[in-house]
Design a protein around this ligand. Structure first.
Ligand SMILES: [Zn+2]
Length: 311
């Protein structure tokens, strides 16, 4: 840490003349007085610059809404300062559910529009949402597959003269009261399309969340091997509770107090019984959008309230 005042002060002390005449002595006293004053000011200045881990709080609420869009993902986040984040936009027929939440939180602009990966159950409603709402940045991983929804999303982004931002590990989206960092993808190529998913860590004060998209065990292991699994309060369970995600080692490392499974009527067997039983056995309080409807967490950065649910 540098302190500019201190550096200036050292120069000043060196330059104090050492003349033993009366005027010199008087001037010396004045300069010593100035030096003492500057030391006092510089200490105040330095103290203000000290980094602190302590969260001051009182800056408003962060809300995280897991929207009940069926067996798909759409998670809305309202920052304490009013910024809005949308992680995924579910299927094409789910737009009204998402619009309802955007309206409820008086959204004018989506600051962070994120698509974890362009499968239809994560990108389906993005074309309509991006046509309707202004947005700052659209994040998605660099993928080697596409579909009509991605192409349509790209057309809307182009028509608004915006760009894709390629989300990848290490990218910090927000670094103020709310810290948001992409933890995965770490690599350019994956064997499974789900493993391209953007995994996002978000922390407000002392309360943290992990959003895993449809990332499966391979990604969980990559994160474990790199010591990159953060301990969090709330975990969005990977891939709608599929048996290919949520390994015991991963859950042990993340140690969530709450888990949320975004699921609905489906033919894939989501959520898998093995996953729900394990969450239960580990004492992780688990909510499911198919059973509870919209699930809303709010926190002031100190306390995480138990979620409010639609039903
Ligand atoms: Zn999915």
């Amino acid at each position: 840490m540098s302190c500019k005042l201190n550096c200036d002060l050292e120069e000043l002390i060196v330059r104090i003349p050492n003349k033993e005449n009366k005027q010199g002595k008087f001037m010396k006293k004045i300069k010593i007085l100035i030096a003492i004053l500057l030391i006092a000011i510089s200490f105040t200045g330095c103290r203000l610059e000290l980094p602190t881990d302590e969260f001051v709080g009182g800056k408003g609420l962060l809300s995280v809404v897991f929207i009940d869009t069926g067996n798909s993902d759409s998670i809305f986040i309202d920052f304490p300062d009013g910024r809005k984040m949308l992680i995924d936009a579910a299927d094409v027929n789910d737009k009204n559910k998402i619009f309802d939440v955007l309206r409820e939180y008086k959204t004018e602009k989506i600051n962070y529009a994120i698509n974890t990966h362009p499968h239809s159950d994560h990108i389906g409603s993005y074309p309509e949402i991006l046509k309707t709402y202004d947005f700052d940045k659209f994040y998605m991983p660099k993928v080697e597959f596409d579909n009509d929804f991605l192409n349509e999303t790209a057309q809307v982004i182009n028509s608004k003269n915006k760009l894709f931002t390629r989300g990848k590990a290490g990218m910090v989206l927000s670094n103020d009261d709310v810290y948001a960092e992409i933890l995965s993808p770490m690599y350019d190529h994956y064997g499974e399309e789900n493993d391209y998913s953007i995994v996002l860590y978000l922390k407000y004060g002392e309360v943290s969340f992990l959003f895993t998209g449809d990332a499966e065990n391979k990604i969980e292991n990559d994160l474990l091997n790199k010591n990159k699994v953060p301990e969090v309060d709330v975990l969005k369970v990977g891939h709608h509770g599929s048996k290919g995600s949520s390994s015991k080692n991963f859950l042990n490392a993340a140690k969530p107090r709450y888990a949320v499974i975004t699921t609905g009527k489906n033919s894939y067997g989501h959520p898998d019984k093995k996953v729900t039983s394990m969450l239960n056995a580990m004492g992780i309080k688990t909510y499911r959008t198919d059973l509870s409807g919209n699930i809303t967490f709010t926190t002031d950065g100190k306390t995480l309230n138990p979620p409010e649910t639609e039903r």
